[in-house]
Design a protein. Structure first.
Length: 52
């Protein structure tokens, strides 16, 4: 976090930025999230505490 900025302020700013993005730019981020989630699931989403 950034000193002097609350988590709520970060969330609000992120929401504003997301809302201002055009669909083509959002698509890039959404596709990256889909790919990352697929990789995460492929590697195994659940790990034991002992393996950390």
């Amino acid at each position: 976090m950034h000193p002097g900025i609350s988590p709520q302020e970060v969330f609000v700013k992120g929401s504003e930025m997301w809302g201002a993005m055009v669909d083509e730019v959002k698509f890039v981020w959404q596709e990256a999230a889909r790919t990352a989630m697929a990789d995460y699931k492929k590697k195994g989403a659940v790990r034991s505490v002992a393996s950390l």
